[in-house]
Write a protein that binds this ligand. Structure first.
Ligand code: TRP
Length: 456
């Protein structure tokens, strides 16, 4: 495809919102709280923040510059920038990773549709926290209901993808993301004023470093990549639609900041509420689906209309946040198939949607009907999550850091981050240092430590 034919995001705000739309999603509101809960709270959050700053931001800027300079899908990008080398595998593996994440992510995204449905039909009214737990378990182990929602969710993603980059992605992000943000702030207010919420706030703010082991580091690092959509060429693909004027560093900082804020605020909704109603913070993937309906019921117990309105609005926005993320993953694979194998865009999208539905069904069933079939002690859903988030994304991130820090001509790097010298980049040296040394060394150490090779 020639440069001129390639679509562009229409405005500056569109660029930020589309990237933030990719970054903000179930990773912040569903995955971040339960990983924090599993790994003991505040100490995990501190390590997570360090990962965002030292690994996430420089790697995000790298993905941006690789994408915008090459103006190609992520696999082609490496062939443009490093012709005849094996770097193309970074892009290709990224496409595969995105495909796997999309499959299991859509399962949870499908759950949000069920919760929209339950909220709209007023199914939450009058339930106790035990009943919320039971009804979630009944739903997630039902053989066909989650599968139907999974299919519905992937078809919605498909529909927006075939409408194209600017209309589909940009427009849906523009209205929904700010609304979600406002609602989150209101919910934090509700949650921290519940009776008994203080224990949850303490859990988030008082680090207990005695609980920190190698799995906490791996968990925090994986979560940082997952939440910022890094390590598989997602933002690299989006950046190929950026214009020449986009300020890459500033965009990365804005996206990183909004993404982190939303995750931390989600923590301030979930944990005070979980402690207030006596739900264990390490309840795992079900955590937000059993605590949140409680927040609505308890915080507005005197005014059922508000409880109703807030839960409907929240689950709709959560579904949309998930949608702007699934779109970004779908786009990576669709752009790859379309541009590399000469499928039409809509045929490419059909292949992606169809195969994700099939894999997604396996993931969905592994949480209920087929939960006894495991590999390495994990069902398909957990296995996909582990392999992608804890291995593929950090590995991809490390290779991207090495590619930009060591391989890529520094003239290109400098031109891209300063827009041909028109922007100032005071932290350029630090940026290169992080890419060259800190990111590869830190990621390697965490991997080695997790494998138990450090002997601790
Ligand atoms: N970041 C998104 C979230 O937090 C999920 C996501 C979108 C993603 N694109 C990605 C994760 C690419 C990893 C890689 O929900």
């Amino acid at each position: 495809m020639s440069k001129k034919e390639r679509a562009n995001f229409g405005s500056k705000l569109g660029v930020i919102l589309a990237s933030a739309g990719s970054a903000i999603g179930l990773g912040n509101i569903w995955r971040f709280p339960y990983e924090t809960g599993n790994h003991g709270g505040a100490a995990f959050i501190l390590i997570y923040l360090a990962c965002i700053l030292l690994l996430g931001l420089p790697i995000m800027i790298s993905e941006f510059l690789i994408g915008r300079h090459s103006r190609s899908n992520t696999a082609r990008a490496y062939q443009v920038l490093a012709p005849g080398t094996q770097w193309k595998w970074v892009g290709r593996i990224g496409v595969g990773t995105g495909f796997l994440i999309l499959s299991y992510y859509s399962v949870v995204a499908g759950w949000t549709f069920e919760y929209v449905f339950e909220a709209v039909t007023n199914k939450f009214a009058g339930k106790t926290s035990d009943e919320f737990i039971q009804s979630f378990q009944a739903f997630s182990s039902n053989p066909w209901k989650p599968v139907l929602w999974l299919v519905a969710f992937l078809l919605s993603t498909h529909f927006i993808i075939v409408k194209g980059v600017e209309k589909g992605i940009e427009r849906s992000s523009k209205i929904m993301m700010p609304t979600l943000f406002i609602l989150i702030i209101i919910l934090v207010g509700c949650s921290i004023t519940l009776p008994g919420a203080d224990k949850g706030i303490e859990f988030l703010l008082k680090p207990d470093f005695s609980k920190v082991d190698s799995s906490v580091f791996l968990g925090a690092m994986g979560q940082a990549f997952f939440s910022m959509s890094l390590g598989m060429g997602c933002l690299c693909t989006y950046a190929s639609y950026f214009s020449k004027e986009t300020n890459l560093t500033k965009t990365a900082f804005s996206v990183g900041l909004i993404d982190t804020l939303v995750a931390i605020l989600a923590g301030f909704i979930i944990f005070p509420a979980a402690f207030a109603v006596g739900i264990n913070p390490d309840a795992g993937p079900s955590l937000i689906f059993i605590t949140l309906p409680n927040v609505f019921q308890q915080a507005f117990s005197g005014v059922p209309v508000l409880a109703y309105l807030f839960s409907v609005l929240f689950y709709i926005l959560l579904a949309v946040a998930a949608l702007t993320s699934t779109i970004s993953m779908h786009e990576v694979v669709t752009a790859y198939l379309h541009e590399e194998f000469k499928f039409t865009r809509s045929r490419a999208a059909q292949i992606v949607t169809g195969s994700c539905i099939i894999l997604g069904i396996f993931c969905s069933l592994s949480l209920g009907p087929t939960q006894d079939y495991t590999l390495f002690g994990m069902g398909t859903f957990d296995l996909f999550d582990f392999v992608t988030t804890k291995i593929m994304l950090p590995l991809g991130g490390m290779l991207i850091a090495i590619f930009t820090g060591w391989y890529l001509d520094k003239k290109i790097v400098w031109e891209e981050v300063t827009n041909d010298g028109t922007l100032k980049m005071p932290l350029y040296k630090a940026f290169i240092f992080l890419l060259r040394f800190i990111a590869p060394i830190a990621i390697t150490l965490v991997f080695i430590d997790e494998l138990g090779l450090l002997g601790t």
